[in-house]
Design a protein around this ligand. Structure first.
Ligand code: PLP
Length: 384
């Protein structure tokens, strides 16, 4: 059986981990890879179309988040963008023992960037969240120090889908003259984002989370904000991020984002219908579970904790039925760690180990939701 054939039988519901690349984006990427292979920085005419594609891709992406084209800097993805935002803010100020404020439920790309610079003498303040995973803006106000250099709070959480009050947080940051960064890796292409209205100074994004390719993303940097290059080398990306541009992946990212933004409302409606169907199935089967995160969540995103169950086992039972979901815990060879996000939300002890994450994407149908709901309805009860 080929991989493509076996994929037809699978229900993929782990879109927060990665999404399937959009067909048109993939076709464009192949075409450019094969037929437009020149280096966009070269001076001959073969390079001219590539320069144009880069320019147009930057314009398309900028318009999707209401930014200016020169504010979009292509990177290798979310992890690089997050590392760059955090480290650039403090590395030039190490002698002042700078402070960073972030939240307790960030992705490891932020938390481990903070941990790395903590070793160099910086301090890191982690804002706590309520039971829905929301940061309280008043809490941020109290925690800002004179030596705080950057405040970084994610737009939407990757485990529970909670959307943060980023506009209020950015306003507070600016009142104190601080820079505000948001990790919007889970949000871009899924919910409307206007960087000007939200008051964001820097924003991280990753194409593979919105039906683009893996290994490509961008960092939005507001005009006028000075940030040191993170990758040194040639003069690409306005001398801010060196390395020959991956034009096929960049063009595919722009197309995927444009399509997702165009269809955002329609997709969101379908995704919300999927989550409702699944929750109804569980309720009508009498399963004892908690749905984590509040009302203000990413569409199609479910973090469910089943009473007295084990998330790993649930995942494997669903995998046997060709259903792909994620757990709410990270496994290592010795033990199953409970995720820092679920701990921060204080999910009750008899539910927390039985957590799985189901994230629907634009490829999913309501039938997928029914199938998952019915299987979970059976396993969720049997496992107790
Ligand atoms: N930030 C968040 C919130 C994420 O969910 C992820 C990926 O899971 C990343 C950052 C890292 O992105 P990438 O896989 O593009 O490095």
């Amino acid at each position: 059986m080929t991989v493509a054939n076996s994929l037809n039988k699978i229900i993929y519901a782990d879109n927060a981990a990665t999404t399937k690349i959009d067909d048109d984006a993939l076709a464009l990427m192949f075409d450019l890879q094969r037929n437009f292979f020149a280096n966009p920085s070269a001076a001959y005419k073969l390079s001219r179309p590539l320069k144009k594609i880069l320019k147009e891709s930057r314009e398309k992406i900028a318009s999707c988040i209401n930014a200016e084209p020169q504010e979009i800097i292509f990177t290798s993805g979310g992890t690089e963008s997050d590392n760059w935002a955090i480290k650039s803010a403090v590395l030039a100020h190490l002698s002042e023992h700078p402070n960073i404020i972030t939240s307790a439920i960030e992705h490891k790309a932020i938390l481990n960037s903070c941990a790395a610079i903590e070793k160099l003498g910086c301090t890191v303040t982690k804002l706590t969240v309520d039971k829905f995973g929301e940061v309280n803006p008043a809490d941020l106000q109290k925690k800002i120090l004179p030596q705080t250099k950057i405040i970084s709070v994610m737009l939407a959480n990757n485990e529970v889908g909670t959307i943060q009050p980023v506009k209020s947080l950015a306003e507070i940051a600016h009142t104190s003259g601080k820079t505000f960064h948001t990790d919007a890796v889970q949000a871009v292409g899924h919910i409307p984002i206007d960087v000007k209205t939200l008051g964001i100074d820097m924003l991280s994004a990753s194409a593979h989370k919105f039906n683009g390719s893996k290994g490509i993303g961008f960092l939005y940097v507001r005009d006028g904000l000075k940030i040191a290059p993170y990758i040194d080398g040639g003069g690409q990306e306005f001398s801010r991020r060196a390395g020959t541009e991956n034009v096929p992946a960049i063009a595919a990212m722009a197309l995927a984002l444009e399509k997702n933004c165009r269809d955002m409302e329609k997709n969101a409606q379908k995704l919300s219908a999927c989550t409702k169907i699944l929750l109804n199935c569980l309720q009508s089967n009498g399963v004892d579970f908690i749905s984590n995160g509040g009302e203000n969540r990413l569409p199609g995103h479910l973090s469910l904790s089943f009473k007295d169950c084990d998330g790993e086992t649930l995942l494997h039972r669903l995998d046997l039925k060709n259903i792909c979901v994620a757990t709410g815990s990270a496994c290592n060879s010795k033990q199953t760690e409970i995720s820092h996000v679920l701990q921060a939300l204080k999910v009750p002890g008899d539910y927390i180990r039985g957590t799985i994450r189901i994230t629907f994407g634009k490829e999913n149908s309501c039938d997928d939701a029914k199938t998952i709901g019915n299987h979970l309805g059976i396993v969720g009860k049997v496992m107790k």
